[in-house]
Write a protein that binds this ligand. Structure first.
Ligand code: ADE
Length: 235
């Protein structure tokens, strides 16, 4: 799968994705990440890509022309016009289902805004998906873009080496993940729960489900309610 990030800070993206599991996936050729510098499409000698908002107000707005030109050039080189995800607090909140949907694309463009956002006319022309990573405002869309690249990449076949781990984690069954333990059996006087040492697979699964439900109920009552509704459990 190929990600193409339209940004004013290409180095931030490339440095961010080049380590850990995404870095390995890139080196193995399973995933590629290219960063297009929107400033290269400024079309003026000062390389200016932003201006004051019509109607007044603080900050600067990224202009439509460089953003559209950057996308058009990319689309031209790819021979198609891929889906464009715009990272913005004014979008649908990113979740695992969206990650699964994006993972089906061969090419995915991610557009990062800065300052007070991007001229609406550029968005209307090229954006297919408006995505927020949560209810807080960041200085730009680069960190959110990296979040999306990370979450989507790990669903691309061949990225995770242990294929099981993409399936059994939080959210795949609508519940938060159960606690995990590794050696030693006793740490600072605290023992690993006995059932995990028992070798009794069914009991281990039962314990994990109980813990998942307990955590979900405490930290994510919204997910817990949906889980109960799906499974016909009365609260
Ligand atoms: N840009 C700034 N804040 C953001 C957020 N919360 N999600 C996505 N893009 C953003």
């Amino acid at each position: 799968m190929n990600f193409h990030v339209l940004t004013l800070f290409p180095d931030m993206i490339l440095q961010g994705v080049n380590t850990s599991i995404t870095g390995r996936a890139i080196k193995n050729g399973v995933v590629s990440v290219s960063a297009v510098n929107i400033r290269d499409y400024a079309g003026n000698k000062h390389m200016k890509v932003d201006d004051y908002p019509y109607g007044g107000g603080a900050g600067l707005v990224m202009q439509a022309a460089p953003v559209c030109a950057a996308y058009d050039a990319l689309a031209e080189s790819l021979g198609k016009r891929p889906r464009v995800v715009y990272m913005t607090p004014q979008g649908y909140t990113f979740n695992q289902k969206m990650a699964q949907d994006f993972a089906k694309e061969e090419e995915l463009v991610i557009l990062c805004g800065h300052y007070e956002g991007i001229d609406e006319r550029a968005l209307e022309r090229i954006v297919t998906d408006y995505v927020s990573i949560g209810d807080y405002v960041l200085t730009g869309g680069e960190l959110p873009a990296m979040v999306v690249i990370d979450a989507v990449s790990r669903l691309v076949p061949g990225v995770l080496h242990n294929s099981e781990s993409a399936e059994t984690e939080s959210f795949e069954n609508g519940l938060l993940e159960y606690p995990q333990y590794t050696r030693p059996e006793v740490f600072e006087g605290k023992r690993v729960p006995e059932v995990l040492l028992s070798g009794h697979h069914a009991n281990v699964e039962k314990w994990r489900l109980e813990k998942s439900i307990e955590r979900t109920k405490k930290y994510r009552p919204d997910l817990y309610q949906a889980y109960c509704e799906r499974n016909g459990i009365g609260i």
